[in-house]
Design a protein around this ligand. Structure first.
Ligand SMILES: NC(=O)c1ccc[n+]([C@@H]2O[C@H](COP(=O)([O-])OP(=O)(O)OC[C@H]3O[C@@H](n4cnc5c(N)ncnc54)[C@H](O)[C@@H]3O)[C@@H](O)[C@H]2O)c1
Ligand SMILES: [Zn+2]
Length: 350
């Protein structure tokens, strides 16, 4: 299965996202695989057996979002200089979204840009992070604030790598899948309601449909000037939840699941979504073992947090809401009192 990427505004950029067993990859340049000890422990031998290159290095960086920072990218760059990589050399990102974002960013910087390939190994990175060319790192001012739009030469998605993924991480990826279905494709949503994602064939089909949707969005809007912002459904609320809980209680996808439930409550209040549809979405999230409840300590504080999000431009909150299941509406200038009334549904003693 191949999903092509052809960016409308950058005509010279074309590459394929292959969803299948990892093929044999042969290169005539130096190659460095960037990974972490967790992924390497499970799958590095398999990967290396699939790569043929005149010089092959493995750069292992520590595992964790807290290492998604400039210093780690610099470590990667230093290793490339030490090994005398040149402008024709290639990087392979082998891991989840953290590895993918940092490797892509390092590739964009090394001698003003070398090729890289994504081989994502988490569900979240297979359906989301590896598609679309956003790369970067976090810093003390926030997440993903330093980075570049830099597209890979190819993406190879092999669902077999997911067999070692912890259940919670798998569920976090499902949240982003549900997001795509609710925003863009009712038929896909219905498929997910019936699907058993522990079945290899159905999982592969779910990944293919998600990737195809994301590719369709990115092809129209590489730099997030328009429709790509719709991918932030559940994220406006989810980011506040992540922030309020110091990024330690919930995985990103879990916070997004809670955020979608909150966004749905707002959509119901605005008459965009029926209660029954909101319930269907919540049931799908629950069936995937995702959290759907959160207790807001203080509604005013929660609301104030919206404005810390870099996407709340000019002090206006943009809400991405479902308009029924399978389509979306971008809503601005929602009355503050109305939003706070919705948030009160999630307050303590409710
Ligand atoms: N670039 C984008 O468009 C985009 C989109 C969404 C998210 N992201 C970024 O992606 C990151 C989150 O990605 P993630 O959820 O993949 O997290 P992650 O990369 O931290 O991976 C989660 C955990 O799973 C482990 N792991 C990876 N593959 C495994 C496997 N096959 N078996 C067992 N364990 C495995 C990792 O080592 C890690 O401990 C965030 O930094 C986020 O900002 C980027
Ligand atoms: Zn997300």
């Amino acid at each position: 299965m191949v999903v092509p990427i052809e960016l409308e505004k950058s005509q010279h950029i074309k590459y394929d996202i292959t969803i299948d067993a990892l093929p044999q990859l042969t290169f005539d340049t130096k190659v460095a695989v960037v990974t972490n000890p967790t992924v390497a422990g499970y799958h590095l031998q398999t990967l290396l057996a699939h790569i043929d290159a005149p010089q092959l290095e493995v750069i292992t960086v520590p595992d964790g979002e807290m290492y998604k920072k400039w210093e780690t990218v610099e470590e990667i760059l230093d290793r490339l200089f030490d090994s005398q990589f040149d402008r024709k050399s290639l990087l392979i990102a082998f891991g989840g979204g953290v590895i993918g974002d940092m490797t892509g960013f390092a590739a964009s910087l090394y001698q003003r840009g070398i090729d890289f390939i994504q081989i994502p190994t988490t569900l979240l990175s297979q359906v989301d992070a590896s598609v679309g060319g956003k790369t970067g790192v976090n810093n003390r001012y926030g997440k993903n604030l330093i980075g570049a739009f830099y597209q890979p030469k190819a993406v190879y998605i092999d669902p077999k790598f997911l067999q070692t993924l912890p259940k919670r991480e798998f569920a976090a990826g499902v949240a982003e899948i549900v997001k795509m279905a609710v925003m863009f494709d009712r038929d896909y949503f219905d498929f997910l309601v019936k699907a058993d994602l522990s079945d290899e064939v159905q999982l592969k089909e779910a990944i293919r449909r998600s990737v195809a949707l994301k590719a369709w969005v990115v092809n129209q809007d590489e730099k997030e000037a328009g429709i790509r912002a719709v991918l932030n459904y559940g994220h406006t609320f989810g980011h506040v939840v992540e922030n309020e809980t110091d990024y330690t209680t919930y995985l990103h996808g879990e916070a997004v699941a809670i955020g979608m439930v909150m966004a749905n409550a707002l959509a119901v209040t605005l008459g965009l979504l029926s209660r029954e549809e909101a319930q269907r979405i919540q049931a799908l999230l629950e069936a995937a073992s995702l959290p759907v409840t959160y207790t807001i300590g203080n509604v005013d504080d929660f609301y104030a947090h919206f404005f810390l999000d870099k996407k709340s431009a000019n002090n206006r909150i943009t809400f991405i809401l479902p308009e029924g299941i399978g389509s979306h509406k971008v809503v601005r200038d929602v009355d503050e009192k109305l939003v706070k009334d919705v948030l009160r549904q999630f307050e303590e003693n409710q």
